[in-house]
Ligand binder design. Structure first.
Ligand code: SAM
Length: 345
């Protein structure tokens, strides 16, 4: 298993504590900047405070304060009286940019993530935010947010990693992919595009189907992608698929349901079939990487039985139901890992 493994250095200075306690304010500055699409405006040439104030409707004094916060974390800079985006800002936080994932940052982390973390201490005590529902049904698909909005935002965050995974995992010899908790279908689309012989089924809650259908249609893949609306824990899985993918699904359910998903994958696949589990995972010592560790804290919010996923845990859950694990590799460095496991022939 490949991970970066320099141990995390214990902090010694009070400023290191300050960096943590103030850190959420920087996140909020970024989310607010995206609410006003500030970086797109700067990229488009609105490079001075008065013009930016007019374009956004933010008064100059307030805008200057926001810009100071954005400069302090390197998202933008001011050179010769003109505002400019940092290279990564231009590439990922501007409308039409190649890696544009503004909606993921603004909605999934900024709106939903930030709001749900308000409940963290209660969740650690074992309180449930939505006693009768799971994380997604309760938090993301409730009135006011809506599956469509969440799923579109998730799509903008998943496109990059999906493309990467489709390049790394060769499904050239496979016929059908079952994308469990497939959401907007980002991974299905990437795999189908990379493998012209492949067909796929996206299984997810009904609230996501319309969004997935839209993206499938836009990609011209309607004849190769089917949709199955249901709950992956209770809805019957089709049996005629030779690959099962679960991306960011194990971190959305508790330990009991992880065991159910592993078992269901094994039962659904033919001998030689392949399961792919892609998720936020920390290393086996559960010390790092930070983004994965922080994200996994979020899974406690509505799952008292949520698991702090590691390669060892994931591989163990798959081995217990009979898979022969090939290994776990880093997918998005510092964030996600992928475990591959065939069902013995
Ligand atoms: C973070 S999103 C990831 C979506 C997609 N796999 C991707 O990587 O882009 C997690 C998805 O799992 C789905 N999900 C979670 N629990 C589920 C369940 N019990 N049954 C079906 N889908 C589920 C959610 O609806 C959501 O679309």
């Amino acid at each position: 298993m490949a991970t970066s493994s320099e141990p995390i250095k214990p902090i010694e200075d009070v400023r290191d504590i300050s960096a943590i306690t103030y850190g959420f304010m920087a996140s909020k500055a970024l989310f607010a900047a995206l609410d006003f699409d500030l970086f797109t405006r700067i990229e488009g040439g609105i490079a001075q405070v008065p013009a930016l104030a007019r374009a956004t409707g933010i008064s100059e004094n307030r805008l200057v304060t926001l810009l100071a916060a954005l400069k302090s974390v390197g998202l933008i800079a001011e050179r010769g009286g003109r505002l400019i985006n940092a290279p990564a800002t231009s590439k990922f936080l501007v409308a039409g940019a190649p890696g544009d994932f503004r909606d993921y940052v603004r909605l999934v982390n900024g709106a939903l993530g930030y709001e749900t973390f308000r409940h963290l201490s209660g969740a650690l005590r074992g309180e449930r935010v939505f006693p009768d529902k799971g994380f997604y049904e309760g938090l993301f698909y409730s009135a006011g947010i809506g599956g469509q909005q969440f799923s579109s935002a998730q799509h903008s965050g998943s496109l990059g990693p999906a493309h990467l995974m489709a390049k790394r995992v060769d499904l050239g010899g496979r016929k059908r992919l079952l994308d469990v908790g497939g959401g907007s279908g980002a991974y299905t689309l990437a795999f189908c595009t990379a493998n012209p012989q492949l067909k796929a089924t996206i299984l997810d809650f009904p609230q996501t189907e319309e969004t997935a259908r839209k993206y499938v249609q836009q990609s011209g893949l309607t004849d190769r992608v089917a949709h199955l609306a249901g709950n992956a824990i209770t809805t019957d899985w089709p049996k005629n698929h030779d690959v099962v993918l679960m991306s960011y699904v194990w971190s959305a359910v508790g330990e009991d349901d992880i065991a159910v998903l592993a078992r269901r994958a094994f039962d659904a696949l033919p001998p030689g079939g392949l399961v792919l589990v892609h998720d936020f995972m920390v290393d086996n010592t559960r010390e790092q990487p930070p983004f994965a560790a922080w994200y996994l804290l979020g899974s406690v919010l509505d799952n008292p039985n949520a698991v702090c996923l590691t390669p060892e845990y994931t591989e163990g859950a798959l081995k217990r139901v009979g898979f022969k694990v090939e290994g776990t590799e880093v997918m998005l460095p510092g964030i996600t890992m992928l475990t591959r496991a065939p069902k013995p022939a």
